[in-house]
Design a protein around this ligand. Structure first.
Ligand code: NAD
Length: 499
């Protein structure tokens, strides 16, 4: 291992050099306190490598770099068109390196390689989408009285702290980098300590794309240290966070110190409703993808399947069969693998605790719920289905964040809506029915940021994404995503001679 770089060969044979430092001012630097994060491969529990972790002094340095970049003519005074050009170049570079980026993602996170490649497509599309917006962000003129000319400017918010989770490391980075850069902000990003690697490779591409020093800083670090320092930092104007609802609440409190602008995307316990007239095979297929993809580590996972009593038994049988035949658990680099390991031992233990809780509370473990290691190692769990679940049970109410689903019957539309909304969360929801009127009526009544009719977990960079209730504040993606990274300034010009 050379200084702040390591040569690695991934399990799929790909060789690459990974920077291991903190990325501040377009350079990789050491942690001032010699803090480290060791990244573990969840497939075999072996160490991949060790990277630098930020102390609060390092966060100070990164925030100062972002502040200086914000006020430097090389970023402040360039045109939106020029910003967009850098972003298009960034997207092209990601496209050229996508196999290596996907390899690192799969190695560090455990998600199937095909999913990582899918994530990379979405990263590239998201950066290009917001690159296109960079010279189309503008204010308006507002007619008032004849002596006044009033116009607005859409200006960047300033230094943005972006705290991202481990379930879609590069995906969540792109959702935050895209709109922030498009609008002319500068960034200090803190990746999750569980998955620190792919973003370091991405940092190289930020330099190559031509972004001036300090515009994007990436500081790996622990939530309680680096994350907390960012959320409480007086030099940070905005905080954008994706992760658990508990941490989101903590960040809200901490961020109040200087009234930071905040965007939060937090947890969920999203329902998928199957009405009696639905195409059961289709509903089961989407229900499977909606909860078992990405090892169930999806904030919008449709983890509560609410099924009309007339088709309940049929649905449970078809769904169980789909899970059995589709959810191949195994080596994430193998082509036919649908489900890799959970990201860490602690997530794996947490899911198994939920299995115990479900059994203790009297629900029926219909499938899975047990470890299925690969050569005796790895955080693999068989896809888990619980039936006979009551609405007061922990497994019905709390976010598990794993390949873990509960199936519960309902009788009427009214009851289905009440059950769907009986949660503190409000991220996604799915409705399966052939009745178009019922579908739209229910979609309007469900308390959620997104509703999928006859599917689950569709996501598109052009469409706003976010939650209501305790699933978040604000929106990412789409045109709405820009609102999170601009502020409106009103300018009054007095044209009159007498007033
Ligand atoms: P978390 O919310 O604790 O971590 C997410 C990010 O926040 C990480 O980068 C972490 O370092 C940072 N962080 C943690 N504490 C912080 C603090 N006090 N101040 C600032 N930043 C802080 O999530 P987790 O512990 O990794 O996972 C726990 C649970 O969160 C999961 O089981 C799941 O239920 C949920 N989760 C949800 C999402 C989502 O997309 N909604 C993503 C990951 C995890």
């Amino acid at each position: 291992m050379s200084n702040l770089k390591v040569d690695l060969t991934a399990p799929n044979g790909k060789k690459f050099t990974l920077p291991t430092g903190l990325f501040i001012n377009n350079e990789f630097v050491k942690s001032s306190q010699n803090l480290k994060i060791t990244s573990i491969n969840p497939t075999n529990e072996q160490e991949i490598c060790t990277v630098e972790a930020a102390s609060s002094e390092d966060i100070d340095r990164a925030v100062a770099a972002a502040r200086a970049a914000l006020n430097h003519e090389s970023w402040r005074d360039i045109t939106g068109t020029e910003r967009g050009r850098m972003m298009f170049k960034f997207a092209d570079l990601i496209e050229q390196e996508k196999e290596i980026l996907a390899t690192i993602e799969t190695w560090d996170n455990g998600k199937p390689f095909s999913s990582s490649m899918g994530d990379l497509e979405s990263v590239i599309e998201t950066i290009r989408y917001y690159a296109g917006y960079a010279d189309k962000i503008h204010g308006e003129t507002i007619p008032t009285i004849s002596q006044k000319f009033v116009y607005t400017l859409k200006q960047p918010i300033g230094v943005c702290a972006q705290i991202i989770p481990w379930n879609y490391p590069l995906g969540m980075a792109s959702w935050k980098l895209g709109p922030a850069l498009s609008c002319g902000n500068t960034i200090v990003m803190k990746p999750a300590e569980q998955t620190p690697l792919s973003i370091l490779y991405l940092a190289n591409l930020i330099v190559k794309a031509g972004f001036p020093p300090g515009v994007v800083n990436i500081t790996n670090g622990y939530g309680r240290d680096a994350g907390h320092t960012l959320a409480s930092h007086l030099g940070v104007d905005k905080i954008a966070f994706t992760g658990s609802t508990g941490t989101g609440k903590q960040i809200m409190k901490t961020a109040s110190i200087n009234m930071k602008n905040i965007t939060l995307e937090t947890g969920g316990k999203s329902p998928l409703l199957v009405f009696g007239d639905a195409d059961i095979e289709q509903a089961a297929k989407w229900a499977h993808g909606g909860i078992m993809s990405n090892m169930g580590q999806i904030c919008t996972a449709t983890s509560r399947l609410l099924v009309q009593d007339t088709v309940y038994e049929k649905f449970v049988n078809v769904f169980r069969e789909v899970v059995k035949t589709t959810s191949k658990v195994g080596d994430p680099f193998a082509e036919d693998t649908f489900q890799g390991p959970q990201v860490t031992k602690s997530q794996y233990d947490r899911i198994l605790d939920f299995v115990e809780s479900g059994k203790t509370e009297g629900a029926t473990l219909t499938a899975g719920g047990i470890p299925c290691p690969l050569n005796g190692k790895g955080y693999f769990i068989e896809p888990t289905i619980f039936t006979n679940v009551k609405e007061n049970m922990k497994i019905y109410r709390e976010e598990v964040f794993g390949p873990f689903v509960v199936i519960v019957p309902f009788k009427t539309e009214k009851e289905a809506i009440a059950m769907a909304n009986d949660t503190t969360y409000g991220l996604g929801a799915a409705v399966h029915t052939k009745d178009i009127e019922l579908a739209h009526r229910v979609a309007a009544r469900i308390e959620a940021g997104m509703v999928w009719i006859n599917s689950s977990n569709d996501s598109d960079f052009r469409v706003p994404f976010g939650g209501v209730k305790q699933s978040g504040i604000g929106r990412e993606l789409g045109e709405a995503g820009l609102a999170a990274y601009t502020q409106t300034k009103a300018i009054y010009v007095n044209l009159g001679q007498k007033i």
